[in-house]
Design a protein around this ligand. Structure first.
Ligand code: F6R
Length: 341
Protein backbone atom coordinates (compact mmCIF):
# COMPACT_ATOMS: atom_id res chain seq x y z
CA UNK A 1 0.00 0.00 0.00
CA UNK A 2 1.18 3.51 -0.81
CA UNK A 3 3.26 5.19 1.87
CA UNK A 4 4.70 1.98 3.30
CA UNK A 5 8.48 2.02 3.50
CA UNK A 6 8.43 -1.20 1.46
CA UNK A 7 6.56 0.57 -1.34
CA UNK A 8 9.69 2.31 -2.67
CA UNK A 9 11.77 -0.85 -2.29
CA UNK A 10 9.18 -2.72 -4.31
CA UNK A 11 9.12 -0.02 -7.01
CA UNK A 12 12.93 0.13 -7.19
CA UNK A 13 13.33 -3.62 -7.27
CA UNK A 14 10.87 -3.83 -10.18
CA UNK A 15 13.57 -2.40 -12.47
CA UNK A 16 14.03 -5.55 -14.64
CA UNK A 17 10.32 -5.78 -15.54
CA UNK A 18 10.12 -2.02 -15.94
CA UNK A 19 12.94 -2.15 -18.51
CA UNK A 20 11.05 -4.75 -20.57
CA UNK A 21 7.89 -2.62 -20.57
CA UNK A 22 9.85 0.54 -21.37
CA UNK A 23 11.36 -1.12 -24.46
CA UNK A 24 7.96 -2.21 -25.72
CA UNK A 25 6.38 1.19 -25.22
CA UNK A 26 9.20 3.03 -26.97
CA UNK A 27 9.40 0.59 -29.87
CA UNK A 28 5.68 1.06 -30.55
CA UNK A 29 6.03 4.81 -31.20
CA UNK A 30 6.58 6.03 -34.73
CA UNK A 31 9.64 8.31 -34.85
CA UNK A 32 11.29 9.65 -37.98
CA UNK A 33 12.74 13.02 -38.97
CA UNK A 34 14.27 14.30 -42.18
CA UNK A 35 17.03 16.10 -40.22
CA UNK A 36 20.75 15.53 -40.62
CA UNK A 37 21.60 15.45 -36.91
CA UNK A 38 24.78 17.03 -35.58
CA UNK A 39 24.18 16.63 -31.85
CA UNK A 40 21.76 15.34 -29.23
CA UNK A 41 20.42 17.19 -26.21
CA UNK A 42 18.44 15.65 -23.37
CA UNK A 43 16.59 18.25 -21.33
CA UNK A 44 15.11 17.47 -17.90
CA UNK A 45 15.66 17.73 -14.15
CA UNK A 46 16.33 15.40 -11.25
CA UNK A 47 15.14 11.83 -11.75
CA UNK A 48 14.17 12.70 -15.32
CA UNK A 49 17.63 14.02 -16.25
CA UNK A 50 19.59 11.05 -15.00
CA UNK A 51 18.46 8.92 -17.95
CA UNK A 52 20.15 11.57 -20.11
CA UNK A 53 23.35 11.15 -18.13
CA UNK A 54 23.25 7.38 -18.60
CA UNK A 55 22.77 8.01 -22.32
CA UNK A 56 25.70 10.43 -22.39
CA UNK A 57 28.05 7.89 -20.79
CA UNK A 58 26.74 5.07 -22.99
CA UNK A 59 27.25 7.35 -25.98
CA UNK A 60 30.99 7.73 -25.29
CA UNK A 61 31.46 4.23 -26.66
CA UNK A 62 28.61 3.87 -29.08
CA UNK A 63 27.42 7.13 -30.60
CA UNK A 64 29.35 9.31 -33.02
CA UNK A 65 27.38 12.44 -32.13
CA UNK A 66 27.94 14.47 -28.96
CA UNK A 67 25.25 13.97 -26.32
CA UNK A 68 24.61 16.74 -23.80
CA UNK A 69 22.29 16.98 -20.83
CA UNK A 70 20.55 20.26 -20.05
CA UNK A 71 19.08 20.96 -16.60
CA UNK A 72 17.77 24.45 -17.14
CA UNK A 73 14.97 26.70 -18.40
CA UNK A 74 17.05 27.74 -21.40
CA UNK A 75 18.84 25.76 -24.05
CA UNK A 76 22.49 26.14 -25.00
CA UNK A 77 22.96 28.33 -28.07
CA UNK A 78 24.22 25.51 -30.32
CA UNK A 79 20.73 23.99 -30.44
CA UNK A 80 19.20 24.30 -33.91
CA UNK A 81 17.24 22.28 -36.46
CA UNK A 82 20.08 19.73 -36.53
CA UNK A 83 19.84 19.02 -32.80
CA UNK A 84 17.75 16.11 -31.63
CA UNK A 85 16.06 17.35 -28.44
CA UNK A 86 14.76 14.71 -26.04
CA UNK A 87 12.44 16.45 -23.56
CA UNK A 88 12.02 14.29 -20.48
CA UNK A 89 9.78 14.94 -17.49
CA UNK A 90 8.20 12.12 -15.53
CA UNK A 91 5.33 14.28 -14.30
CA UNK A 92 5.22 16.36 -17.46
CA UNK A 93 4.83 19.48 -15.34
CA UNK A 94 8.38 20.54 -14.50
CA UNK A 95 8.59 24.22 -15.36
CA UNK A 96 12.23 24.22 -16.46
CA UNK A 97 11.61 21.32 -18.87
CA UNK A 98 8.46 22.94 -20.30
CA UNK A 99 10.36 26.16 -20.86
CA UNK A 100 13.21 24.29 -22.61
CA UNK A 101 10.63 22.44 -24.73
CA UNK A 102 9.14 25.73 -25.92
CA UNK A 103 12.59 27.07 -26.75
CA UNK A 104 13.41 23.91 -28.74
CA UNK A 105 10.21 24.47 -30.74
CA UNK A 106 11.20 28.08 -31.47
CA UNK A 107 14.60 26.87 -32.65
CA UNK A 108 12.86 24.31 -34.90
CA UNK A 109 14.75 21.44 -33.32
CA UNK A 110 13.25 17.98 -33.89
CA UNK A 111 11.82 16.97 -30.48
CA UNK A 112 10.76 13.71 -28.87
CA UNK A 113 8.83 13.91 -25.57
CA UNK A 114 9.10 11.27 -22.85
CA UNK A 115 6.62 11.62 -19.98
CA UNK A 116 3.82 9.97 -18.02
CA UNK A 117 1.40 12.81 -18.83
CA UNK A 118 0.92 16.39 -17.62
CA UNK A 119 1.52 19.50 -19.67
CA UNK A 120 4.34 17.94 -21.68
CA UNK A 121 2.04 15.18 -23.00
CA UNK A 122 -0.70 17.74 -23.79
CA UNK A 123 1.66 20.03 -25.63
CA UNK A 124 3.36 17.21 -27.58
CA UNK A 125 -0.04 15.92 -28.74
CA UNK A 126 -1.14 19.41 -29.75
CA UNK A 127 2.18 20.14 -31.50
CA UNK A 128 2.29 16.76 -33.30
CA UNK A 129 5.56 15.82 -31.60
CA UNK A 130 6.43 12.12 -31.10
CA UNK A 131 5.39 11.18 -27.59
CA UNK A 132 6.52 8.17 -25.56
CA UNK A 133 4.02 7.69 -22.73
CA UNK A 134 5.12 5.82 -19.64
CA UNK A 135 2.93 4.76 -16.70
CA UNK A 136 2.21 7.34 -13.99
CA UNK A 137 2.12 6.76 -10.23
CA UNK A 138 5.82 6.14 -9.60
CA UNK A 139 8.39 8.44 -8.05
CA UNK A 140 10.64 9.60 -10.94
CA UNK A 141 13.68 8.10 -9.22
CA UNK A 142 11.94 4.71 -9.24
CA UNK A 143 11.25 5.02 -12.97
CA UNK A 144 14.82 4.91 -14.30
CA UNK A 145 14.05 2.07 -16.70
CA UNK A 146 11.24 4.14 -18.19
CA UNK A 147 13.35 7.30 -18.27
CA UNK A 148 16.46 5.79 -19.87
CA UNK A 149 15.73 2.83 -22.17
CA UNK A 150 13.28 4.75 -24.41
CA UNK A 151 16.10 7.23 -25.15
CA UNK A 152 18.20 4.35 -26.50
CA UNK A 153 15.28 3.18 -28.62
CA UNK A 154 14.76 6.67 -30.08
CA UNK A 155 18.43 6.85 -31.09
CA UNK A 156 18.24 3.36 -32.58
CA UNK A 157 15.12 4.28 -34.57
CA UNK A 158 16.92 7.33 -35.95
CA UNK A 159 20.01 5.23 -36.82
CA UNK A 160 22.14 7.22 -34.35
CA UNK A 161 22.90 4.01 -32.45
CA UNK A 162 23.11 0.49 -33.81
CA UNK A 163 23.42 -3.09 -32.55
CA UNK A 164 22.04 -2.32 -29.13
CA UNK A 165 19.39 -5.05 -28.84
CA UNK A 166 21.70 -7.82 -27.58
CA UNK A 167 23.36 -5.51 -25.08
CA UNK A 168 19.99 -4.43 -23.69
CA UNK A 169 18.74 -8.01 -23.48
CA UNK A 170 21.84 -9.07 -21.54
CA UNK A 171 21.44 -6.06 -19.26
CA UNK A 172 17.83 -6.90 -18.41
CA UNK A 173 18.71 -10.58 -17.84
CA UNK A 174 21.58 -9.51 -15.55
CA UNK A 175 19.23 -7.28 -13.54
CA UNK A 176 16.74 -10.14 -13.16
CA UNK A 177 19.53 -12.35 -11.72
CA UNK A 178 20.72 -9.60 -9.41
CA UNK A 179 17.18 -8.99 -8.15
CA UNK A 180 17.22 -12.51 -6.68
CA UNK A 181 20.50 -11.82 -4.85
CA UNK A 182 19.51 -8.48 -3.29
CA UNK A 183 15.80 -8.92 -2.64
CA UNK A 184 14.30 -8.25 0.78
CA UNK A 185 13.94 -12.00 1.41
CA UNK A 186 17.72 -12.57 1.24
CA UNK A 187 19.27 -12.16 4.71
CA UNK A 188 22.02 -9.62 5.35
CA UNK A 189 24.87 -12.14 5.42
CA UNK A 190 24.19 -13.03 1.75
CA UNK A 191 22.77 -9.72 0.58
CA UNK A 192 25.30 -7.14 -0.72
CA UNK A 193 22.72 -4.30 -0.77
CA UNK A 194 21.81 -4.82 2.89
CA UNK A 195 25.50 -5.03 3.79
CA UNK A 196 26.19 -1.72 2.05
CA UNK A 197 23.25 -0.09 3.83
CA UNK A 198 24.76 -1.17 7.14
CA UNK A 199 28.12 0.32 6.18
CA UNK A 200 26.42 3.65 5.41
CA UNK A 201 24.21 3.67 8.50
CA UNK A 202 25.02 6.70 10.71
CA UNK A 203 27.89 7.65 8.40
CA UNK A 204 28.28 10.06 5.47
CA UNK A 205 28.52 8.02 2.27
CA UNK A 206 31.18 9.17 -0.20
CA UNK A 207 30.79 7.48 -3.56
CA UNK A 208 33.70 7.52 -5.98
CA UNK A 209 33.13 6.38 -9.56
CA UNK A 210 35.01 6.79 -12.84
CA UNK A 211 34.64 9.27 -15.70
CA UNK A 212 33.16 7.59 -18.76
CA UNK A 213 32.07 4.39 -16.99
CA UNK A 214 30.46 4.82 -13.57
CA UNK A 215 30.24 8.61 -13.27
CA UNK A 216 26.46 8.66 -13.65
CA UNK A 217 26.11 5.66 -11.36
CA UNK A 218 28.08 7.47 -8.63
CA UNK A 219 25.89 10.57 -9.01
CA UNK A 220 22.82 8.33 -8.91
CA UNK A 221 23.91 6.60 -5.67
CA UNK A 222 24.38 10.02 -4.09
CA UNK A 223 20.95 11.23 -5.29
CA UNK A 224 19.21 8.03 -4.18
CA UNK A 225 20.74 8.24 -0.70
CA UNK A 226 19.64 11.90 -0.54
CA UNK A 227 16.08 11.30 -1.70
CA UNK A 228 15.31 7.80 -0.39
CA UNK A 229 17.40 7.61 2.78
CA UNK A 230 17.00 11.38 3.53
CA UNK A 231 20.71 11.60 4.22
CA UNK A 232 23.65 13.58 2.94
CA UNK A 233 26.01 11.82 0.57
CA UNK A 234 28.75 12.97 -1.77
CA UNK A 235 30.20 11.68 -5.01
CA UNK A 236 33.15 12.35 -7.21
CA UNK A 237 34.97 10.66 -10.08
CA UNK A 238 38.42 9.43 -10.88
CA UNK A 239 40.78 10.50 -12.28
CA UNK A 240 39.64 14.06 -11.45
CA UNK A 241 39.39 13.54 -7.68
CA UNK A 242 43.05 12.53 -7.60
CA UNK A 243 43.80 16.13 -8.58
CA UNK A 244 41.87 17.88 -5.81
CA UNK A 245 39.56 16.02 -3.43
CA UNK A 246 42.27 13.67 -2.22
CA UNK A 247 44.13 16.65 -0.77
CA UNK A 248 41.02 17.49 1.27
CA UNK A 249 41.61 14.32 3.29
CA UNK A 250 44.48 16.12 5.02
CA UNK A 251 41.89 17.65 7.41
CA UNK A 252 42.12 16.56 11.05
CA UNK A 253 41.19 12.89 11.26
CA UNK A 254 38.10 13.53 13.41
CA UNK A 255 36.32 14.92 10.30
CA UNK A 256 37.13 11.82 8.29
CA UNK A 257 35.83 9.31 10.79
CA UNK A 258 32.23 9.92 9.72
CA UNK A 259 32.99 9.16 6.08
CA UNK A 260 32.21 5.80 4.51
CA UNK A 261 33.95 5.69 1.13
CA UNK A 262 32.81 3.26 -1.56
CA UNK A 263 34.63 2.86 -4.88
CA UNK A 264 32.47 1.84 -7.83
CA UNK A 265 34.62 -0.25 -10.13
CA UNK A 266 34.20 -2.09 -13.42
CA UNK A 267 36.52 -3.86 -15.79
CA UNK A 268 35.78 -1.05 -18.28
CA UNK A 269 37.84 1.45 -16.28
CA UNK A 270 41.12 2.56 -17.85
CA UNK A 271 44.07 0.46 -16.57
CA UNK A 272 45.70 3.58 -15.10
CA UNK A 273 42.45 4.34 -13.27
CA UNK A 274 42.46 0.79 -11.84
CA UNK A 275 45.91 1.59 -10.46
CA UNK A 276 44.73 4.97 -9.16
CA UNK A 277 41.96 3.22 -7.15
CA UNK A 278 44.49 0.96 -5.47
CA UNK A 279 46.91 3.78 -4.66
CA UNK A 280 44.12 6.10 -3.43
CA UNK A 281 42.93 3.36 -1.09
CA UNK A 282 46.47 2.87 0.17
CA UNK A 283 46.91 6.60 0.85
CA UNK A 284 43.61 7.40 2.60
CA UNK A 285 42.39 3.96 3.74
CA UNK A 286 43.74 4.20 7.27
CA UNK A 287 42.29 7.64 7.92
CA UNK A 288 38.66 7.51 6.73
CA UNK A 289 35.86 5.88 8.75
CA UNK A 290 35.52 3.05 6.26
CA UNK A 291 36.56 2.20 2.74
CA UNK A 292 35.44 -0.57 0.40
CA UNK A 293 34.91 -1.29 -3.27
CA UNK A 294 32.02 -2.68 -5.23
CA UNK A 295 32.47 -4.23 -8.66
CA UNK A 296 29.79 -4.04 -11.33
CA UNK A 297 29.37 -7.48 -12.91
CA UNK A 298 27.67 -8.11 -16.20
CA UNK A 299 28.15 -9.27 -19.77
CA UNK A 300 28.75 -5.84 -21.30
CA UNK A 301 29.46 -2.26 -20.17
CA UNK A 302 25.76 -1.31 -20.09
CA UNK A 303 24.97 -4.38 -17.97
CA UNK A 304 27.79 -3.51 -15.57
CA UNK A 305 26.66 0.12 -15.29
CA UNK A 306 23.09 -0.98 -14.58
CA UNK A 307 24.04 -3.71 -12.12
CA UNK A 308 25.75 -1.07 -9.99
CA UNK A 309 22.82 1.32 -10.39
CA UNK A 310 20.37 -1.32 -9.23
CA UNK A 311 22.55 -2.20 -6.27
CA UNK A 312 22.69 1.47 -5.23
CA UNK A 313 18.93 1.87 -5.61
CA UNK A 314 18.16 -1.05 -3.31
CA UNK A 315 20.89 -0.02 -0.86
CA UNK A 316 19.30 3.43 -0.49
CA UNK A 317 15.91 1.85 0.28
CA UNK A 318 17.44 -0.53 2.87
CA UNK A 319 19.23 2.44 4.43
CA UNK A 320 15.86 4.23 4.75
CA UNK A 321 14.50 1.15 6.50
CA UNK A 322 17.46 1.18 8.91
CA UNK A 323 16.70 4.83 9.70
CA UNK A 324 13.04 3.84 10.16
CA UNK A 325 11.74 6.27 7.55
CA UNK A 326 9.53 6.07 4.48
CA UNK A 327 11.75 6.59 1.41
CA UNK A 328 8.90 7.76 -0.86
CA UNK A 329 7.97 11.33 0.09
CA UNK A 330 10.40 14.10 -0.85
CA UNK A 331 8.90 16.73 1.45
CA UNK A 332 11.53 19.38 0.84
CA UNK A 333 11.31 19.14 -2.98
CA UNK A 334 7.51 19.46 -2.75
CA UNK A 335 7.79 22.37 -0.31
CA UNK A 336 10.19 24.16 -2.62
CA UNK A 337 8.03 23.59 -5.71
CA UNK A 338 4.96 24.88 -3.78
CA UNK A 339 6.79 28.00 -2.63
CA UNK A 340 7.83 28.68 -6.23
CA UNK A 341 4.29 28.17 -7.61
C1 F6R B 1 12.97 12.22 -8.12
C2 F6R B 1 12.26 13.47 -7.99
C3 F6R B 1 12.79 14.71 -8.61
C4 F6R B 1 12.07 14.99 -9.94
C5 F6R B 1 12.35 16.41 -10.41
C6 F6R B 1 11.74 16.72 -11.78
O1 F6R B 1 12.21 11.16 -7.60
O2 F6R B 1 11.18 13.49 -7.44
O3 F6R B 1 14.17 14.66 -8.77
O4 F6R B 1 12.47 14.04 -10.91
O5 F6R B 1 11.84 17.31 -9.46
O6 F6R B 1 10.41 16.33 -11.89
P1 F6R B 1 9.93 15.45 -13.14
O7 F6R B 1 10.78 14.21 -13.12
O8 F6R B 1 8.48 15.13 -12.90
O9 F6R B 1 10.14 16.28 -14.36
Amino acid sequence: KKGDPENMLEALSGLPTQCQDAMQRARAVNISFAADFKNILVTGLGGSAIGGDFLRVYGYRKCTLPILVNRDYNLPSFVNEQTLVLAVSYSGNTEETLSAYEEAKLKKAPIVALTSGGQLAERAKKDGIPLILIPSGLQPRAATGYLFLPLLVVLEKLSLLSDIAAEIEETIAGLADLSKAISAQVPTENNPAKQLALRFYNKIPVIWGVAGTTETVAMRWKGQINENSKALAYFNVLPELNHNEIVGTEVPEKFLRELEVVFLRTEDDHPRVQKRFDITKEIIGERVGGISEVWGDGKNPLARMFALTYLGDCTSAYLALLYGIDPSPVKLITLLKNKLA
